[in-house]
Design a protein around this ligand. Structure first.
Ligand code: NAP
Length: 496
């Protein structure tokens, strides 16, 4: 039986006003309907925003340590239910179980971390120029925040946004991806059970174009935190800017791994495999480009092809599976189209490139791990985000050439370098135009106590995950207070 998912408005699970619903299906087996979901229309969004506005003042005045305690209880529940949530995620989104466990773990980590921030939500006291006057800056919430999230991290990304929004004193209207509403509803239920008051977190489901855009452009929304594709993010950023709303967008990527001639190729191979094909290449941080020093190019390419062709493709619930299905048919078609584009552009298909439809793969969206060699930086497969298990391998003359290739796209999320030379590492750290740089590690594995985000068309905001300059900066604004306790006329001093 599908799990029934309703909207959550003002502390109650409610059917949508229209009574319409849609389904979320298992990408490993399309015949399994995972969720039956109430589709929110404009009337439901209005109610959700209204509830969030009504609850805002009381929540803002709830002491931050108390808000943090509620998040702590949510963290405890997430931890207790980790296995069950991971299994549900694999069924609804397709990623293999260990990766789903990692996704839940990031939500747990963020909940604990932000629980602690409730006791640290500090500003600054700064000396005044004048006698008997004090000055301070305090963090205040931005008000009612819309949170719009993608399907590829169904719990981690919503938690990265909702936990800091709540501890900062904001109320929230959350619209998850239409492909992972069941996972999202679990997070909302856990927050409710942990003691988040009615109206503080509201939850609406529906298509991005209708429900999502209506929510983002709603006059009752003060700020938007969005993660998803660049095209949608840029559109929403424009809408928010025109309406004077605070906005943060984490968007697409075309990430790369550099393998230098002095690299430990064993480590680099592991990085290329999991960076490229982990989560079936459906990570914003997926390493879809491999830039290899010419003197180890042939050797490394051979190792990479051999290992990739042995990866086991299948249902993510099976322990033996390395690579699960793609999320849906349109994503699968997009990836297959890019494989054709790569061939037409003259890149050499070295392994993969096919949809699997036989036996256990018949009911899902499976594509083999695919490697193109002899890719030129100007080709579309080297510049555009494919978001699937396709890696383009390019040759570089030296470090300078490699960095120029990596920087040569309009994206700037993540890059990695494998090298044993500390000077190479230092130059790469300085020159790579990405928000995150890894050294001797794959382009995956963000830790929530640091800011996460990209440059160029990968995003602006660095709002996700922790770091005092990350999430809290997105979800608070500064209020500056000057207090004069001299009781005397100080105009003469001010006019000096
Ligand atoms: P998407 O199509 O942009 O959708 C993201 C979210 O926005 C979904 O909830 C979607 O709803 C909604 N949406 C779509 N159109 C909208 C509109 N016009 N107005 C308001 N909301 C709208 O992206 P996706 O396919 O879910 O996710 C994949 C993309 O996310 C990739 O580009 C990936 O790189 C990026 N991503 C980035 C990061 C990062 O941190 N930089 C992390 C993860 C993923 P529906 O589901 O109903 O369409």
């Amino acid at each position: 039986m599908p799990i029934e998912v309703k909207n959550f408005i003002n502390g109650e699970w409610r059917d949508s006003a229209s009574g319409e619903s849609f389904m979320s299906a298992n990408p490993a087996d399309q015949s399994e309907v995972v969720g039956s979901v109430s589709r929110a229309g404009t009337e439901d969004v209005d109610l959700a925003v209204g509830a969030a506005r009504a609850a805002q003042k009381k929540w803002r005045l709830t002491p931050a340590p108390k808000r943090g305690e509620i998040l702590f209880r949510a963290a405890e529940t997430l931890l207790r239910r980790k296995d069950e949530l991971a299994e549900l995620m694999t069924r609804e989104m397709g990623k293999i179980l260990p990766e789903a466990g990692g996704d839940v773990q990031e939500a747990i980590d963020m909940a604990y971390y932000m629980a602690g921030e409730g006791r640290r939500l500090s500003g600054e006291t700064i000396p005044s120029e004048l006698t008997d006057k004090d000055c301070k800056s305090v963090r205040v919430p931005i008000g009612v925040c819309a949170v719009i999230t993608p399907w590829n991290f169904p719990l981690a990304i919503p938690a990265w946004k909702i936990m800091p929004a709540l501890v900062s004193g904001n109320t929230v209207v959350f619209k998850p991806s239409s492909y992972t509403p069941v996972c999202a509803s679990r997070l909302v239920g856990i927050l409710h059970e942990a003691g988040v008051p009615a109206g503080v977190v509201n939850f609406v489901n529906g298509s991005g174009e209708e429900t999502g855009e209506y929510l983002a452009s709603h006059p009752g929304i003060d700020g938007l935190s969005f993660t998803g594709s660049t095209v949608v993010g840029q559109r929403l950023a424009g809408i928010c800017a025109a309406m004077g709303k605070k906005v943060s967008c984490e968007m697409g990527g075309k990430n790369a791994i550099i393998v230098m001639d002095d690299a430990d190729l064993r480590l680099a191979l592991e990085g290329a495999l999991w960076g490229g094909f982990g989560t079936t290449g459906q990570r914003c941080t997926a390493a879809s480009r491999l830039v290899v020093h010419s003197s180890v190019y042939n050797e490394f390419l051979g190792m990479f092809i051999e290992a990739a062709s042995k990866m086991r493709i299948g249902n993510g619930l099976m322990q033996k599976t390395d690579v699960g299905p793609l999320i849906n048919e349109s994503q699968m078609k997009k990836v297959l189209d890019y494989i054709e584009i790569g061939k037409k552009e003259g890149a050499k298909l070295m392994t993969g490139g096919r949809r699997r439809t036989e036996g256990e793969h018949a009911k899902g969206y499976y594509i083999e791990p695919t490697i193109f060699s002899e890719v030129e930086p100007g080709m579309r497969i080297a510049r555009e985000e494919i978001f699937g298990p396709v890696v383009s391998v390019m040759k570089a003359r030296d470090l300078e050439d490699a960095i120029a290739i990596v920087n040569g796209t309009e994206y700037g999320l993540v890059a990695s370098i494998y090298t044993q030379d500390v000077n190479n590492s230092a130059i790469a750290e300085r020159e790579l135009e990405t928000g995150i740089v890894y050294v001797n590690a794959p382009t995956i594995g963000a830790e929530i106590q640091l800011p996460f985000g990209g440059t160029k068309r990968s995003g602006f905001g660095h709002e996700e995950a922790g770091g005092r300059g990350g999430a809290l900066d997105m979800f608070t604004k500064w209020k500056v207070i000057y207090r004069d306790f001299s009781g005397s006329l100080q105009k003469a001093q001010i006019d000096r």
